[in-house]
Ligand binder design. Structure first.
Ligand code: GDP
Ligand code: IMO
Ligand code: MG
Length: 448
């Protein structure tokens, strides 16, 4: 039973959805395991663009089971908009299932997210998506959260739960945030609306996944955000409030660790980041502008301009370790076309002490004090989006990929050269990699 985790290996927006959509053709089931509508996952199918925030990126294939898992947080209005858009485009959602264990984002979560950011000011704000993600997870961890399954309870029981929530939360909302107190009857009314949206999809996904395992189905676990935004392993506090890393795929789906066969890390051929926090290879020059403009680096969810920089090998080696990555899928290689030279950060230098660091620091204070040490490679000028075979890439592009794989000690299984499904060079069958993978980039084989 192959279960494959697709995890963002950088700061999010690596092109996870493109890879999920591509691999979903061979899969039976796609599970979103954490995060919420902070995610913006873009799939381009035959020139038509789909943007997903909550619905798994496998939904475009009719009949594939798509699960929004227990580790997610769901804003029902956002889900409704997404479902309405899909229905308008004649995309069926009958195979979508939502875990009753997922948590519900309520209107006050979104309000608090914005107020907290405003209070922090430009210097200190996290730069969140303001989608209520942090406050929803805060209530989950504080054990006063409302779960999707609660929406289906009888009104008396639901009212009791809401009254408890109101009792716990209202003083905080009023005194700290200056918001009106919560009202149990109003919350009950909102929950009825949410129930109408969600009820057709709520299912015991544990049973679904158990059956999928028994049937030897191929299960894709779709990460949102990325390793460096992980609550525990990312650049805290400039992170999201869940665990996008591969461990989160188990807790967030309900599959045990032994069920996972492969972990594929998605990385851009360069680096981007949205929101605040240190970013050693960030560029503030014309090359940064090239990456932003040619790569259309604007957030899928918020439209914010993404910060752009060179590929960071120490950060990637860390992501490989934290996630047990078997292979890398390198996206947006086409965006590097036209640059006369390309840089890869191989290590960091402490700006005050001169100390060389090859490992990714655990403290952001240290990360903010390093400068990248670059290796400079020649660029290429030929367009590459039409290329489907590794052999046909310009020699400089092949050298860049080979060096990237070598510095990361990890094979590259897939190269993406454009947003469309077919703009892809497959170097191995990522789903059946253990059996079939050649070693096209002349890097250590690993498990691939
Ligand atoms: P995700 O959050 O990881 O799924 O990524 P996003 O959808 O937020 O951002 C990735 C963007 O890059 C989307 O607009 C994709 O359509 C686009 N994209 C994905 N792969 C490629 C590629 O290889 N080349 C180019 N030019 N665009 C790509
Ligand atoms: P996908 O799944 C990129 C960032 C925000 C902010 C931090 C915390 O599309 O890759 P949050 O709203 O989660 O509390 O914000 O995390 N962030 C993302 N950056 N891609 C995402 O999702 C992101 N989701 C959150 O910009 O820095
Ligand atoms: Mg995104």
């Amino acid at each position: 039973m192959p279960a494959i985790v697709i995890v963002g290996a950088q700061w999010g927006d690596e092109g996870k959805a493109k890879v999920i959509d591509l691999l979903a053709e061979q899969a039976d089931c796609v599970v979103r395991y954490q995060g919420g509508c902070n995610a913006g996952h873009t799939v381009v199918r035959q020139g038509e663009t789909f943007k997903f925030h909550l619905v798994p990126s496998g939904i475009l294939y009719p009949g594939k089971t798509c699960i929004i898992g227990p580790g997610t947080v769901i804003a029902p209005e956002v889900l409704k908009d997404e479902l309405d858009n899909l229905h308008q485009k004649n995309i069926a959602t009958g195979a979508l299932y939502i875990s009753p264990r997922a948590h519900v984002t309520l209107p006050h979560h979104m309000a608090v997210d914005g107020l907290k950011e405003d209070a922090l000011g430009d210097e200190q704000k996290i730069g969140t998506t303001r989608r209520g993600i942090g406050p929803t997870y805060e209530d989950k961890v504080g054990r006063i959260g409302l779960r999707v399954g609660d929406l289906l309870l009888d009104d008396d029981t639901l009212r009791q739960k809401l009254a408890h929530l109101v009792h716990q939360k209202s003083p905080l909302l009023e005194k700290v945030y200056g918001l009106p107190p919560l009202d149990t009857s109003e919350l009950l009314r909102i929950c009825h609306e949410y129930r109408n949206i969600m009820a057709p999809y709520v299912t015991d996904v544990d049973a679904l996944l158990a059956t999928a395992q028994e049937n030897q189905d191929v299960i894709l676990l779709e990460g949102a955000q990325g390793t460096m935004l992980d609550l525990d392993h990312g650049t805290y506090p400039y992170v999201t409030s869940s665990n996008p890393t591969a461990g989160g795929a188990c807790t967030g789906s309900g599959l045990g660790p032994k069920a996972i066969d492969q972990v594929i890390g998605i990385t851009k051929a360069y680096t981007t980041r949205v929101g605040s926090g240190p970013f050693p290879t960030e560029l503030f020059d014309a090359i940064g502008e090239h990456l932003c403009t040619v790569g259309h680096e604007f957030g899928t969810t918020t439209g914010r301009k993404r910060r752009c920089g060179w590929f960071d090998a120490p950060a990637m080696r860390y992501a490989i370790q934290i996630n047990s990555l078997d292979s890398l899928a390198v996206t947006k290689l086409d965006v590097l076309t036209g640059l006369s030279e390309i840089r890869i950060c191989t290590a960091y230098r402490h700006m005050k002490t001169g100390e060389i660091l090859t490992a990714f620091p655990s403290q952001i204070e240290l990360l903010a004090q390093v400068e990248p040490i670059y290796e400079i490679l020649p660029g290429w000028h030929e367009p590459i989006s039409h290329i489907r075979h590794h052999d046909e890439l310009p020699p400089a592009a092949k050298d860049f990929l080979a060096r990237l794989a070598e510095l990361c000690h990890t094979p590259v299984a897939l190269i993406s050269v454009g947003p469309n499904r077919d703009e892809t060079i497959m170097l191995a069958d990522p789903i059946r990699a253990a059996a079939t993978c050649a070693n096209p980039l002349d890097v250590p084989l690993g498990t691939c």
